[in-house]
Structure formats: C-alpha cells, structure tokens
Design a binder for this molecule. Sequence first.
Ligand SMILES: [Zn+2]
Length: 128
Amino acid sequence: MFKVVSNMNISKNFKISEFVCKEGKNEVVYDYKLIRLLQEMRDKIRRPMIINSGYRSHSYNQKIGGSPKSQHLLGNAVDIRVNGFSPEEIAKIAIKMGFTGIGVYKNFTHLDVRDHPHSRGYSYWDMR
Ligand SMILES: [Zn+2]
C-alpha cells in the first residue's frame, strides 16, 4: 500500500486517483495486470470508463459491508460503468479480454484479475 501525493497517470487514460480508496486517506494498491487490461478495454471501446470503486482498505471494506475476501482489498478489482454500454455488454467484452473475475450488477460491472478463477478460466456472477 502507498499514499498518493500527486495524481499521475498510470496508463494512457487512467490516473492513480481513480483507484484510490474512498475512505479519504489517499491509500492505493493496484495490480499492473488490472491497469493493463483496463487500458486495453479503453482502447477497444473508445469511451470514458468511470471507476466507482478501485482499491478498498480493510476498514473501508468493513464499513461498506464488502466481502472479507473481496478482490478490491488486493488492488485486483474495479467497479466500472461506461455510458452507452450496459453492465452485461461490458462483462462480455471483459471475458474475451482476459479478466478473471466478472460480476454484473444493475448499474455497474465488477472486473478483477484474481489468481484462481473458476475452472473455465474466469469467475462470473450476475447480481441484477
Ligand atoms: Zn467490485
């Protein structure tokens, strides 16, 4: 974990502040594979991707009732929405691109790069 003191780009279209924990302590952890895949998706769909949630500290995760095994705790996950794409459409693209955890929710898509996905190569869930 490290503290963000300046808002640098970590890829062509993403700034580090977009992944910082919402707890307000400027803390962040991120896996570079996650950033790489997000940037590849950004290049493919050519639309801004709004990150609702990136890294979560344990205390923040508890506060919002997140799963104790959440990939957000590891810096492996984001919840995103993209104007013009449904959460399910984003999920379908994400599966093809190599994300290993994909969750479809009413207003966003959870994407992660977990190490031990389902045997088919990715874990998928639909919470709508
Ligand atoms: Zn999530």
